[in-house]
Design a protein around this ligand. Sequence first.
Ligand code: UT7
Length: 335
Amino acid sequence: MYHSQIKGLGKYVPENVVTNHDLEKIMETSNDWIVERTGIQERRHIEPGDDNSTAVMGCKAAKQALERAKVDKDDVDLIVFATLSPDYYFPGCGVQVQEMLDIDTCPALDVRNQCSGFIYGLSVADQFIKTGMYKTVLLIGSENHSGGLDMTTRGRNVSVIFGDGAGAAVLQRTEDHDHAVLSTHLHSQGKFAKELSLVSPSTEHWVDDIIEEAPQENPDYYPYMNGQLVFKNAVVRFSEVIMEGLQTNQLSPKDVDLFIAHQANLRIAQFIQKKFNWSDDQVYNNIQKYGNTTAASIPIALTEAWEKGKVKSGDHVVLSAFGSGFTWGSAIMKW
Ligand code: UT7
């Protein structure tokens, strides 16, 4: 029986730190509001003119993950790239990273599941490895949010939350079930598609409209979020899908050594922590420093937790996400 094991982790965040106080200077908001409602103190934004993009940041994280896994880029059988902010409308960032890594040919797949993108990508990687089709999968989550946010008071309920960055994992085939991904669980509910969305530009609102409508004036050209509805659904779905994963593996919440939630809002993560009665040692959050980096948030947090020695061999690690779609999911691993 084949299983998949994370062999290496990497992350990259832009150097440019944007604090809540920086945001106070450009919109009507306050450090107190942002910290109290979200836990965020600062986030990273790509600086105009630097060489970063979603694909470039993803590639930087991928290189670190490959190096730490001691895996040669030519041994990668499949690239899976999760993002909601690709460099181009098409092709996806997966093929861009392939070119940047100088991999001649291999399949490259982009996953469009927003905040749940890394969990969906992990599940895709795991299935390909379990079937025996591929041995080594490079999984990346990366976002350049800052290029598309409404940085005026009108967009403050969204723009103060999101940050840029990338994380990556190298997964490889193993026959050792005791150090592997145990299961993944995926869900979506399309009736809420527009409640957290960016509907333009799109094939419904094409280029002529953009030019005529002066995009900066039209809120449709910026992400929309029904924050309270998203929050209410998030706390329910997070709990359900974590329980689903634990029950599948006959585990109880007390068996969990480390829980990492998609870093959407510190209040959501704290709600889940309390519900499962986990101590601070069993949970890792870093939204305070990076904001919500969507598909990148779990791999950035997992990499950071691993760098700090918080992930040890034999640990039960639980990952979970909820977001736009709505989509949600969990992954249960034994490290
Ligand atoms: O990663 C994808 C998943 N995303 C999430 O899980 C996000 C879930 N939702 C949330 O985290 C929260 O809903 C937010 C943090 C987005 C907003 O917090 P909230 O407590 O739900 O605030 P609200 O939207 O109900 O707004 C409360 C007040 C409003 O003012 P009034 O109408 O009461 O006068 C807003 O206009 O706060 C105002 N407000 C702000 N004030 C200062 C909204 N954004 C800001 C801001 N600074 N940035």
